[in-house]
Design a protein around this ligand. Structure first.
Ligand SMILES: [Ca+2]
Length: 372
């Protein structure tokens, strides 16, 4: 949310943090029908492993010595077995959740003064903040490559759009997500993703949660040790794109070499070694961990769960906001700019921030398959 406020207020409220950054629950807020999202309503006790993949636990080398500083050092990690979503959570999946609960995501709720105790009430009222989210908008002018990594440039292509949320990823009066039921849901804040998991747990009786960062990377690597990409060492080993990323001169020109400018329907690109789709590209995926750049030097070996909240910080921002980890890169990632679709790459975002390239997938704590 702080990044949202910074964009809206051009820094006026920098440093102010919402007190209770959680999505409101509003009963009966949803007005759409199942047909539009092409889903059947979820009923109590519904549980199937049909769209889950069983990842057998083991040890692996986590991180990279050639990537960003926070990917270092490579260190041994052991994780227990778990089920993970074969696909990113889709618009249809999220629709079921909101239909059943009336849940509103953070992007759908007008920021409340009580959640920004650092801002004087009169000043807050003058702001006249609307609900909305951060949307990628390609700039009209090209941006030199050497400037792309300058964090001050982010506002050249990230815009706060009133009314943008998971239902209308580009904003009102733009095509809505109901026409894309099989695309990953976006504009999902970490709290929204956790709310979805909690609901799935409630209706199925089985624990659904976000993956830990270690589980995520273990699953993404798919059994390949120390490879640059989840499919191996070359970006395009068969001469064609292996993931939905950005091709061309980011952020102005996208050649759509992989067929997609924005999100792609889940499962359109090859599975990794464990049979999981879209662990590279399409949308960023939330993990349960708090982010700390030095964590790999401090991590426990067995089932690490990230640092405590008080140790979380982002060295790129002075505000001291606590951030959660995101992984996997998105349709906006290019090797020219970030190469963030590599399995070792780490991202961090405040947990109350949704964006047009960020979604999630679930881990499920169910008994192992009969074959185990
Ligand atoms: Ca693409």
């Amino acid at each position: 949310m702080r990044i949202i406020i910074a964009i809206v207020a051009t820094g006026l409220f920098t440093g102010c943090k919402p007190k209770v950054p959680a999505g409101d629950k509003v009963q009966g807020a949803d007005g759409s029908g199942e047909k539009q999202y092409n889903v059947k309503p979820t009923s109590r006790g519904d549980f199937s492993t049909e769209n889950l993949v069983w990842v057998r636990g083991g040890s692996f080398r986590m991180g990279s010595n050639t990537g960003q500083r926070d990917e270092q050092p490579i260190h041994s990690v052991k994780v227990n077995s778990f089920w993970i979503g074969k696909f990113e959570v889709t618009n249809a999946d999220f629709y079921r959740f909101t239909k059943a609960t009336g849940y509103k995501t953070i992007a759908e709720v007008v920021p409340k003064a009580e959640n920004f105790p650092d801002i004087p009430l009169e000043e807050f009222k003058k702001m006249d903040l609307k609900s909305g989210s951060i949307v990628f908008v390609s700039p009209s002018a090209d941006i030199p490559v050497k400037l792309l990594k300058d964090h001050r440039m982010l506002t050249r292509w990230w815009k706060y759009v009133n009314g943008a949320n998971w239902r209308f990823p580009q904003g009102p009066n733009q095509p809505g997500s109901k026409d894309k039921p099989n695309h990953p849901v976006v504009h999902i804040a970490w709290y929204d993703a956790v709310a979805y998991c909690d609901w799935k747990k409630m209706v199925t009786g089985v624990v659904h949660r976000l993956p830990t960062e270690a589980e995520w990377e273990y699953a993404a690597r798919g059994g390949l040790e120390g490879k640059e990409y989840i499919w191996g060492t070359k970006e395009e080993p068969f001469g064609k794109p292996m993931a939905n990323i950005w091709h061309g001169r980011f952020p102005k020109e996208n050649t759509k070499k992989d067929g997609y400018y924005g999100t792609a329907p889940v499962g359109r690109f090859p599975v990794n070694g464990y049979g999981i789709h879209d662990m590279a590209g399409n949308v960023w995926e939330w993990c349960s961990d708090w982010y700390r750049p030095e964590y790999y030097s401090e991590s426990v070996v067995s089932n690490p769960k990230g640092p405590p909240v008080e140790k979380s910080y982002d060295p790129n921002e002075r505000g001291g906001d606590k951030k959660r980890v995101q992984r996997g890169g998105s349709f906006l990632c290019t090797d020219l700019y970030c190469g963030a679709f590599r399995p070792a790459r780490r991202m961090k975002t405040t947990p109350d921030t949704g964006m047009s390239h960020a979604g999630f997938r679930v881990v499920v704590e169910a008994p192992p398959p009969a074959t185990e």
